[in-house]
Ligand binder design. Structure first.
Ligand SMILES: Cc1cc2nc3c(=O)[nH]c(=O)nc-3n(C[C@H](O)[C@H](O)[C@H](O)COP(=O)(O)O)c2cc1C
Length: 191
């Protein structure tokens, strides 16, 4: 049941490097009075959480309001009738980019993104790979042409970040701005 004063935001975490970005975004959204988070974590992301962070999977899951099994293709977020404000995939691997770009929805994360596109809702992809091949770039162009926001976690310098957490917070602030969510301490140029 959707709380009257809340909007649902679907969060996908896939197996690109930068698992901490998804974790930090969930931590920030926990403080949001307006949104509840619906999280789906790919098997690849389970691996990167383990390899790149000190978080246990259970601790990441505990940050979300609702969590879905990646294989649960019958979950609410697999349907266009399930009300959401949109979806963020953070971090977003090139495999997941390819799946979304082709409409190859063989897991719940891909299906939820496919539904977000077909319903004309906001889709933000924090795509991450380096270097990017022509295949990756073509897939991202396809998605950008469909209206998705391609938001790689690029380093910004004008805000003088002192730590990786500062840099992450800035890109998360830019991503959440797409849903009109203000992140405290987000540094705006000339403001
Ligand atoms: C530690 C680690 C870092 C990885 N980093 C990336 C990355 O930055 N970008 C990427 O596209 N794939 C990366 N991969 C590979 C993906 O996890 C792999 O292609 C996986 O099949 C993606 O599946 P998923 O999108 O369903 O999570 C990484 C894998 C590991 C173990």
């Amino acid at each position: 049941m959707l709380a009257a004063n809340k909007k649902r935001l679907v969060i996908g975490m896939s197996g690109a490097s930068g698992a901490i970005l998804g974790i930090q975004l969930l931590q920030i959204l926990r403080e949001s009075p307006d949104y509840e988070t619906h999280l789906v974590i790919s098997k690849g992301a389970e691996e990167t959480i383990l390899q790149e962070t000190d978080y246990k999977l259970a601790e990441v899951i505990a940050l979300a309001d609702q969590v879905y099994d990646i294989n649960n293709i019958g979950a609410g977020i697999a349907s266009g009738t399930f009300r959401t404000a949109g979806m963020i995939v953070i971090p977003c691997s090139m495999k997941t980019v390819a799946g979304i770009a082709c409409g190859y929805a063989d897991n719940l994360l891909l299906r939820a993104a496919d539904v977000t596109i077909k319903e004309g809702k906001r889709l933000v992809l924090a795509t991450r790979e380096c270097p990017l091949s022509a295949i990756h770039l073509r897939n991202m162009l396809t998605l950008a042409e469909l209206g998705a926001f391609i938001m790689p976690p690029m380093v910004t310098y004008y805000n003088n970040p002192m730590t990786i957490t500062d840099m992450n917070r800035h890109i998360i602030g830019k991503i959440l701005e797409k849903f009109d969510i203000e992140v405290s301490g987000f540094s705006r140029w000339c403001e």
